[in-house]
Design a protein around this ligand. Structure first.
Ligand code: SF4
Length: 361
């Protein structure tokens, strides 16, 4: 980063202006963090050593840089952290979808357009707004695009506390929001971290369908349905499949039960409203999508990155967990000869759950 030019505003006044500009750009909250994350680094190292990251090799690849903003972007002095709420107010009730086993549950954050581009563009505009006032300064904008401990930074920026479910929680906004970061070389005053408010509650730990929490604040990603349906490339471990129910892309259970999510705000962004009826779609209808349809209906969505093969894998598990109607059995049967061995194996598992011969490979 180049050194920041002397600013026309005092740091405190600039920090206040940054908050105002962030709000004008549609961010729901904005705070400023320092770069000290030593405790989070120790926790990250323990988590990696336990192998709880599964096949998310990228979690370990950047070593300690993830917890050291100054190493990731030399010259960083403060991090502006922004929050954007994503709860779509035009989506079906998630609990009703989870209970209707013939419907497909998709995590609420990916029902609309992918958030990465939108948030990065807004962060860029925030940086430009700062620049237009103080002149050139050093910055980098991140939205899941670099090894950044974003929840720890958000906590340090006063945007909430990290709950027992490992999500960032805010007393006035719950946990349904995205985070983005602007690493800067500006000597801004930092915010105070907020006190944790989980208290004696353990609802999220009990609610996890696959028992992915090894304790408060500890998630074994290898058992987490979000990991299994999105990040995991191969066969889903059979013992976990029945507990996945109809969750075909992600899982919100540890957030749905959290009492703080009573205070969630609906999103102000049209882009986050559901597209193609994905908030309450029929499992069989989605399973019948060919690859061209999958690519067309998930264009611009975070779902697209798992590809058609994992999409079918996840849906086969959900169909194995639903009622064995003739329509379900027929749809599964039509995929028995799918070119992908991964898909065929999950289809055979689902048919066997319904007492139908597995077919041969
Ligand atoms: Fe904390 Fe309870 Fe929410 Fe879990 S459900 S994150 S323990 S408040």
């Amino acid at each position: 980063m180049p050194d920041a030019e002397p600013t026309a505003l005092q740091p405190a006044a600039l920090a206040g202006s940054i908050r105002t500009w962030a709000a004008e750009l549609g961010f729901s909250a904005c705070g400023i963090a320092g770069t000290e994350l030593a405790q989070d680094e120790a926790r990250l190292i323990r988590w990696l050593q336990a192998g709880h990251q599964g096949e998310m090799g990228f979690m370990g690849r950047h070593g300690r840089k993830r917890a050291r903003p100054r190493q990731l972007v030399p010259g960083t002095r403060t991090v502006v952290v922004v929050r954007m709420d994503y709860t779509p107010d035009r989506a079906a009730d998630p609990r009703a979808v989870l209970e209707a086993r013939q419907r497909a549950f998709i995590t609420r954050y990916s029902l609309g357009r992918d958030y990465h581009k939108l948030m990065r563009r807004r962060l860029q505009r925030l940086a430009e707004r700062i620049q237009s006032t103080i002149g050139p300064f050093g910055y980098r904008a991140f939205v899941d695009s670099a090894p950044v401990l974003e929840r720890a930074l958000a906590r340090e920026a006063g945007l909430g506390w990290i709950g027992k479910n490992t999500m960032l929680l805010n007393r006035h906004a719950g946990s349904y929001f995205f985070l983005g970061e602007l690493f800067t070389d500006l000597p801004l005053p930092t915010d105070d971290p907020v006190r944790a408010h989980c208290g004696s509650c353990r609802r999220c730990l009990r609610a996890c369908p696959t028992n992915a929490f090894t304790g408060p604040y500890q998630l074994d990603a290898r058992r987490c349905i979000s990991y299994l349906t999105i990040e995991h490339p191969g066969s889903i471990p059979e013992p976990l499949r029945p507990a996945m129910g109809n969750r075909i892309f992600g899982c919100d259970d540890c957030q749905l039960v959290c009492p703080w999510n009573r205070y969630t705000h609906p999103t102000a962004e049209d882009d986050f409203q559901p597209r193609h009826g994905l908030d309450d779609a029929d499992l069989v209808a989605l399973f019948n999508w060919d690859e061209a349809t999958f690519l067309e209906r998930t264009a611009g969505s975070a779902i697209r990155r798992i590809g058609h093969e994992r999409w079918l894998r996840n849906l086969a598990v959900a169909l194995g967990n639903t009622a064995p109607t003739p329509e379900v059995v027929e749809a599964l049967g039509q995929r028995l000869n799918h070119p992908s061995a991964l898909v065929r194996e999950h289809v055979r598992w689902a048919l066997a759950r319904h007492g139908t011969p597995r077919g041969t490979d």
